[in-house]
Design a protein around this ligand. Structure first.
Ligand code: MF3
Ligand code: CO
Ligand code: CO
Length: 256
């Protein structure tokens, strides 16, 4: 399998889609407070994407997903469905935004604290972000997909955390999920070699306890840790450039 190489025209459109997805995360920050519900966050993001950005929230109706964003609270690993429960102090939440603009996708997520961060949650969130950044730093033409998996797994396990294996990063472009799968565990020097013009996400899900997860059978979407301990995730959409990488979903708080 060879990973799609985007044309400069496609890359320009991916830059725009990525920037819009990042801007939704920046916009929503001030609303992520005690007492708000994830349905309210969903509505604010939906309206912003549709009315202000004149873009499409990709999750809505994607394989039947019922909302416009994913909101994964505490032990929820990914694909949490916004609901009417109020967020409370001490909660942690991943908000995952994917927009479609001019036919192209931008996909990014970050963690937020409700109220004051609790030390064990803060550590998990920081280490998970480090896992993403360490993998991103290895992105350049000639790198192997396994290089990313190994650095993520090593950093997580060194900190006595575990890596979720059932869900992974992905190529992205005209489709939400394209080849290849980007595993967040593995061995350096294995798997496919990446080339200039490839675009994919890296989105490690790191658990405080055991790596096992379970899918909620009632809603068919929500993925939770089997041991009910916390999970964290960060995601960026990344372009392979001639000598490294460009983060298409970079927020202004980040400098790469
Ligand atoms: N945004 C998720 C990802 O990073 C996918 C969500 S699929 C949905 O790949 F249907 F749950 F929205
Ligand atoms: Co993704
Ligand atoms: Co995502």
């Amino acid at each position: 399998m060879t990973i799609l190489i985007k044309t400069t025209d496609q890359i320009d459109k991916m830059r725009i889609a990525g920037k819009l997805a990042a801007e939704v995360l920046e916009m929503i920050e001030e609303h992520v407070v005690t007492g708000i519900t994830t349905n309210q966050l969903n509505q604010i993001c939906h309206d912003y994407i549709v009315d202000v950005q004149q873009a499409i929230p990709a999750p809505l109706d994607y394989h039947g997903f019922p909302k416009s964003i994913c909101t994964s609270v505490n032990q929820v690993v990914c694909h949490g469905i916004p609901n009417d429960k109020k967020l409370k102090s001490g909660d942690i939440i991943n908000i995952d935004i994917t927009v479609i603009k001019d036919g192209y996708h931008g996909d990014t997520s970050k963690m937020f604290y409700i109220g004051k961060p609790l030390p064990h949650a803060q550590r998990l969130i920081e280490v998970t972000q480090e896992c993403l950044y360490k993998a991103m730093a290895l992105v350049k033409p000639g790198a192997y997909l396994g290089d990313f998996g190994e650095v993520i797994q090593q950093h997580a396990e060194k900190n006595h955390y575990s890596v979720v294996r059932e869900y992974c990063g992905h190529g992205i472009g005209e489709e939400f999920h394209e080849d290849p799968q980007i595993l967040h565990y593995g061995r350096a020097g294995t798997g496919e070699i990446i080339r200039e013009g490839n675009i994919f996400t890296i989105e490690p899900m790191i658990n405080a306890g055991k790596r096992q997860v379970k899918l909620n059978k009632r809603d068919g979407w929500t993925v939770e840790t089997s041991d009910r301990r916390l999970s964290a995730q960060w995601e960026h959409t990344i372009l392979v450039t001639a000598d490294g990488y460009e983060v298409l979903t970079r927020r202004s708080e980040e400098s790469f």
